[in-house]
Design a protein around this ligand. Sequence first.
Ligand SMILES: *Cc1c(COP(=O)(O)O)cnc(C)c1O
Length: 236
Amino acid sequence: MPDVARRVSRNLDIVRARIAAAAARVGRSAEPITLVAVTKYAPPAAIRAVVDAGCRDLGESRPQQLWQRATEFAHGAVHWHLIGHLQRNKVARTLPLVSLVHSCDSLRLAQAIDTAAAEQHGPPVPVLLEVNVSHDPAKHGLAPDELAGLLPALAGLGHVKVRGLMAMAGRADDPAAARADFRGLRELRDRLRQACPPAIVLDELSMGMSGDFDVAIEEGATIVRVGSALFEGTSE
Ligand SMILES: *Cc1c(COP(=O)(O)O)cnc(C)c1O
């Protein structure tokens, strides 16, 4: 096995062991937790290696890079996740390629997705609502107290399927602060569920990156987005 493949396979084993340990600490099964391999800084050989090792969910934060990387795999061979900001003028080209948009951060974007999906006669587009849990003006995302008011309008979009919430911790270097942010997202989800239109499902919580996905799983993450922990040691 080439060095890059061996390294990725070892990193993947470590990440999966961390996922299993975190789930076990809170009495959850690790099996339904989705690991998204974030490929934004990974070289092509390492991306192929992670897919060959059995991780078929890949995430990109920039639409153009996702378009380009998607051409390197047969359609349907991997599930692409868009995890970064989506400009409305890039929606039409992105939709046919992605299985989940984690970063729906405004009603206008949701409406643009709805319009494009209708025009393309495609299936409803699964999205997560990105929440700015840390109230950081430099971050994208809906304000936590804005969400409840948007749900009825989102429920009326026939070509958008809201499946849950996504967030980034305010400070990736501080697990205690990250835990508070992740818990805040879960509690927000639990509150929203009490008065949620039936067309909206809030089952998924996309939270946790290389430095804090253990804590995120302890707080209820169903999807973790992991880049550097999977790909470290693979680029020159
Ligand atoms: C880059 C990125 C990640 C992965 O970060 P790592 O620290 O490399 O694991 C996760 N989520 C988003 C939104 C990102 O942009």
